[in-house]
Design a protein around this ligand. Structure first.
Ligand SMILES: NC(=O)c1ccc[n+]([C@@H]2O[C@H](COP(=O)([O-])OP(=O)(O)OC[C@H]3O[C@@H](n4cnc5c(N)ncnc54)[C@H](O)[C@@H]3O)[C@@H](O)[C@H]2O)c1
Ligand SMILES: [Zn+2]
Ligand SMILES: [Zn+2]
Length: 364
């Protein structure tokens, strides 16, 4: 099958013919229909999220089941599915307490060293990214990384739910548990930030302030639920937000992954407010916060991993929300790319030219 392979950090992906193994045990072979390009893929390409190539990236997929291993009972060929990196073992402390997104038992979902690798080229094993590797025509995924979805859900839009939408909606609804009427700021209006904005809207937030540096992204943010927009390129974003809200917001979401914007998010919350870190900050970067203010103003700084999801419950609900017109996905897809053109999609994401770019395959 054809796949985009990361051979060298900071270099374009190589389109190659590679081998995918057959499903064993609890594995499922899926024909990829579409895969969103998320900034986390770029972080790996750019070496900010350290991983060892050769590797097939891509972790925001939807597709159709082709074949299942003999231990799989919940999927069958022809099922439409979304793949998620929050793969769960089902029996560790985190899974048992309903926090499968924090599962620490995922090693058992992988193949052993002495088994044939899931992905390879000749004698060379290719690393699977996040148990998915969706920049490829087919994927061999543990059943616990898949959820079945309605057949009438368009698969290119379903793909977005695989990472960005679940991360964003979940950060607002599950992690922050934002209440009707509360105020929020979202810094960074890419696929993740726009989804946080939609999650805030769906949760009934009173005021949702979008911050970005691209005017067209701020316009898009407003069409998806932001009540106010601030162009960070115009200068003092913290001062602007504090003035607009008479002292800060209940929740500030950081959806970029920069030290400066994490510190900005903290600066925008009111007394008793919460900064929610969603952006992946490069390994080794620490942020500085005024500890005295944190205590005296009883503020909170929390991380949100994949929107604190229980994806087998959340994703089918998000699909209902899309099909009912509550969740907007069509507007979030700026451009579709073939696998051959994936490096163009990656560059456009890097340059801020797309909200979400999606690689589409011929499965549908
Ligand atoms: N926590 C999680 O589970 C999780 C899941 C998925 C993605 N992420 C991370 O979320 C982040 C966002 O991902 P994405 O795919 O939406 O990326 P993206 O590139 O599409 O969006 C980032 C946005 O930030 C804006 N921006 C950049 N610098 C800015 C600044 N200084 N001030 C204001 N705006 C600025 C850009 O214009 C862009 O719109 C990435 O770090 C990604 O790795 C985290
Ligand atoms: Zn992602
Ligand atoms: Zn677990």
């Amino acid at each position: 099958m054809k796949a985009a392979v990361l051979r060298t950090i900071k270099a374009p992906l190589e389109i190659e013919d590679v081998k995918i193994s057959k499903p064993k045990g609890r594995e499922v072979l899926v024909r990829t229909a579409a895969s969103g390009i998320c900034h986390s893929d770029l972080h790996v390409i750019d070496g900010l999220l350290p991983m060892a190539p050769p590797m097939i990236l891509g972790h925001e997929p939807a597709g159709i089941v082709e074949q299942v291993g003999d231990g799989v009972t919940e999927f069958k060929p022809g099922d439409h599915v979304i793949g998620c990196l929050s793969q769960f073992c089902g029996h560790c402390n985190f899974c048992m307490s309903g926090r499968g997104n924090l599962c620490d038992g995922t090693a058992e979902l992988n193949r052993d060293e002495d088994e044939e690798p899931r992905l390879s080229k000749g004698d060379e094993p290719l690393q699977q990214f996040a148990g998915l590797s969706s920049f490829a025509e087919q994927m061999l995924i543990p059943a616990n990384g898949l959820v079945k979805i309605r057949d009438d859900m368009p698969l290119d839009r379903a793909a977005l739910i695989g990472c960005g939408v679940t991360t964003g909606l979940g950060a607002a609804i599950n992690t922050a548990q934002i209440r009707p009427g509360q105020t929020a700021v979202v810094i960074g209006c890419g696929g993740v930030g726009l989804s946080i904005i939609q999650g805030c809207r769906m949760a009934g937030a009173g005021r949702i302030i979008a911050v970005d540096t691209f005017p067209w992204k701020l316009e898009l943010a407003a069409s998806l639920g932001a009540t106010d927009v601030v162009n960070a390129a115009d200068g003092d974003a913290i001062g602007t937000v504090l003035e607009m809200t008479s002292g800060g917001v209940d929740f500030a979401f950081e959806a970029i992954g920069l030290k400066a914007t994490v510190e900005q998010a903290y600066g925008m919350i009111c007394r008793g407010g919460t900064a929610v870190l969603v952006g992946v900050v490069p390994a080794g970067v620490n942020v500085e916060l005024p500890a005295l203010d944190l205590v005296l103003s009883q503020k909170r700084v929390i991380g949100s991993m994949m929107g604190s999801n229980r994806f087998r419950i959340d994703m089918p609900r998000y699909i209902e929300a899309y099909l009912n017109g509550i969740l907007k996905l069509d507007e979030m897809i700026s451009e579709r790319f073939s696998l051959n053109d994936i490096n163009i999609g990656i560059q456009k994401l890097r340059d801020g030219e797309v909200a979400r770019g999606v690689v589409v395959f011929d499965a549908e």
